[in-house]
Design a protein around this ligand. Structure first.
Ligand SMILES: [Fe+2]
Length: 145
């Protein structure tokens, strides 16, 4: 369970930091197709915020403590934050693409570890999350074509 908990807390930390990072892009995206990019990025962080809560509540169901401070998130996360500047729509989507690929890789690790622990509820949760990430990646890919 220790390894699974560590992975789940890293996942929670990444979702928390990505919430801020995607807000940065939502605010600072500019230029051609601004509104489309602005609205799409809002959809991403709104969904990730829900997934952040779901992952943390799953940890509570496992009778453990999810990490719950910005300090711990910054210590655990593999997400690198961005500076405040303008981003074009393709630039911001390329960042989102990379982050979503990272989320999928980490959620797969959580899923694998949960499967080894016969924790099929976490397995199912990660499968649901990955399904949405794959769908958003398709949108991003299509927009970047
Ligand atoms: Fe907004």
């Amino acid at each position: 369970m220790k390894e699974q908990l560590e992975l789940m807390n890293k996942y929670i930390a990444n979702l928390a930091v990505l919430n801020i990072k995607l807000h940065n892009l939502h605010w600072n995206v500019s230029g051609e197709n601004f509104e489309q990019g602005h609205v799409f990025l809002e959809r991403l962080y709104t969904d990730l915020f829900e997934k952040y809560d779901e992952a943390a509540e799953r940890v509570k169901m496992l009778r453990q403590f999810p990490e719950a401070s910005m300090k711990s998130y910054l210590a655990l996360t593999s997400v690198e934050e961005l500076g405040n500047k303008f981003y074009t729509v393709p630039e911001s989507f390329a960042v989102a693409q990379q982050e979503y690929e990272g989320l999928i890789a980490l959620a797969k690790q959580v899923r694998k570890q949960a499967d080894q622990n016969d924790d099929f509820i976490t397995v199912s949760l990660m499968e649901d999350h990955i399904t949405i990430y794959e769908k958003e990646l398709w949108f991003i890919h299509s927009a970047l074509k």
